[in-house]
Design a protein around this ligand. Structure first.
Ligand code: ADP
Length: 510
């Protein structure tokens, strides 16, 4: 026997059984490959499935095939394909044992189904998460936008009020108002930061800055804040750290002040420390470790992850201010910097929050332009000797109108016209000659960005080229970029600082 014959015998015969049956159903012959069948027995008694045999006897076709038939005989279970051939005076039954094949197939099919179901579940989950995230961000965007208008008015009116004749008690109340305004503005900025980080829209702005100046500013601020609570403030930094570094100064400041504000808030006695260490300096990079330590109430270890989630606050004996955004902003900002904030704490003794950041350092950095920390005074020299400028103020919110009108009038630099409906702007612009337009974006009838486009498309140069400064509560980067694309010369987000707005106006006057 050749190898091939041996193999054929070994493999083929094991899986196929031939049975010859008479027309009454008696087993005449069986090669017994895998099922023991006794000659003379009725095939119907072997397994109920064979009852269907009688069907072929009456049927006109010569053969029938059944697939995937489960047969249990002699305590064994087979999954088979059956072929029945009707001959003149007998029936040939061919049984293919495909148990292994079907089981494999089944498990593959099941695995496949499961994986399809799982991947669909994952897709559904992602869709739901994205949908929720989108909704949350849209909500925050609208909500912060709605708050910006009234807040702008409150801040500006408070500033105007401060400049009037006030007695001591009134001055105290104005101070209190100013404090609350700035808290509210910070909160609004925090909420916006969170939604921008969450939606991936916050981008770091890396520039050269003086780290020592930044640390000294922090020292100055926190020395006075801690002394108000009779706490000590200690700041130490390694003088081997280069003074000029490239990074996002504003965000680093935001991270440190969030941590320091918490240290201050949760500490009643002892010391708050800011420590800046040099991890390493290699090529043009320095790795720094910032540590904010306090001797306050501490954080139980099982809560040390939860505190970084947004809107999470731990129960404290006396209620502290805050909404639970500070640490999640710190976490989000640091992840943009490729870093992570960690905490070590002993309840009742204090906490240390720390993180490492890598900043760029190069010898020639000192010669690059450095980001200024202090606002520079407004340069009005170019306005000297000029006639008063004509400003068109397009704003529908009455409080913002009043505030801007008064503040602009007080500079004695401008004549001001006011329009409060988008549909009236174009006509007003055609019939007058303005030096500049201050344009709110959300206006009744025609929005400010569309009016800007219309003006920029106008054929006459004196109208087409009027500088337009947008004022808006839509402070997301893509909104602002969109308005600039529409032709606005600059966009000032609400709530604005009048000083900042005036500076922008003056910059764009011709
Ligand atoms: P907020 O300070 O507005 O509550 P954060 O996100 O900054 O929000 O902090 C979340 C919570 O973490 C705080 O409410 C407080 O329970 C806990 N926590 C943060 N910093 C400290 C700290 N230095 N000492 C003790 N607990 C802290």
């Amino acid at each position: 026997m050749t190898f091939l014959d041996q193999y054929k015998k070994q493999y083929i015969n094991r899986n196929i059984q031939f049975v010859v049956i008479d027309l009454q159903g008696h087993i005449l012959e069986s090669d017994q490959t895998f099922i023991e069948l006794k000659e003379g027995d009725l095939i119907y008694d072997v397994h109920p499935f064979f009852m269907s045999f009688s069907a072929i006897l009456d049927a006109t076709q010569a053969s029938i095939t059944y697939n995937c038939v489960h047969i249990e005989v002699q305590d064994k279970e087979f999954i088979t394909d059956l072929k029945i051939f009707k001959k003149e005076n007998h029936v040939l039954l061919v049984i293919y044992d495909l148990t292994e094949h079907y089981l494999d197939y089944q498990s593959i099919a099941q695995a496949r189904n499961e994986s399809i179901i799982n991947s669909e579940l994952v897709v559904l989950k992602n869709v739901e998460l994205e949908e929720r995230e989108r909704f949350k961000n849209a909500f925050i965007q609208n909500f912060s936008h709605e708050l910006r208008n009234p807040l702008t008015s409150i801040i500006s009116i408070t500033n105007l009020l401060e400049g009037t004749n006030l007695d001591n008690e009134q001055r105290q109340m104005v101070d209190f108002l100013k404090q609350s305004n700035s808290n509210l503005r910070l909160l609004l900025d925090d909420i916006l930061s969170i939604s921008m980080i969450a939606s991936g829209r916050l981008q770091l702005r890396n520039k050269v800055f003086n780290l020592y100046d930044l640390l000294e500013l922090i020292k100055f601020t926190y020395k006075s804040k801690t002394s108000q609570k009779s706490l000590r403030f200690v700041m130490e930094y390694d003088h081997k750290i280069p003074e000029y570094l490239e990074g996002d100064r504003l965000r680093l400041f935001q991270i440190l002040t969030n941590l320091l504000d918490n240290a201050l808030k949760f500490t009643e006695k002892g010391t708050i420390t800011l420590n800046v260490k040099l991890n390493q300096k290699r090529a043009n990079k320095v790795s720094l470790r910032f540590e904010v330590a306090d001797t306050g109430i501490g954080i139980p270890s099982e809560k040390s992850n939860a505190i970084f989630e947004s809107f999470t606050r731990l129960e404290t004996e006396d209620k502290k201010e805050g909404v639970g955004l500070g640490l999640s902003i710190v976490k989000g900002l640091l992840s943009l910097m490729g870093s992570e904030v960690k905490v070590e704490s002993i309840p009742g003794q204090g906490s240390i929050f720390y993180f490492d950041v890598t900043l760029i350092y190069a010898l020639d950095l000192a010669s690059k332009p450095i980001e200024k920390i202090k606002a520079k005074p407004i340069d009005v020299s170019k306005l000297k000797g000029h006639r008063k400028y004509k400003v068109l103020l397009v704003e529908d919110d009455e409080r913002t109108q009043t505030v801007l009108f008064k503040a602009l009038m007080e500079t004695a630099l401008f004549y001001i016209d006011l329009v409060n409906d988008g549909a009236l702007v174009f006509e007003t612009v055609m019939n007058n000659s303005y030096d500049i337009i201050l344009m709110d974006v959300d206006l009744p009838n025609v929005p400010g960005d569309q009016i800007t486009k219309l003006i920029r498309g106008f054929p006459f140069k004196d109208i087409k080229g009027i500088p337009i400064i947008g004022i808006t509560g839509n402070v997301f980067k893509e909104n602002i970029e969109g308005y600039l694309d529409d032709g606005m010369n600059a966009v000032v987000p609400k709530p604005f600082d009048f000083h900042e707005l005036l500076e922008t106006i003056i910059k764009h006057l011709k």
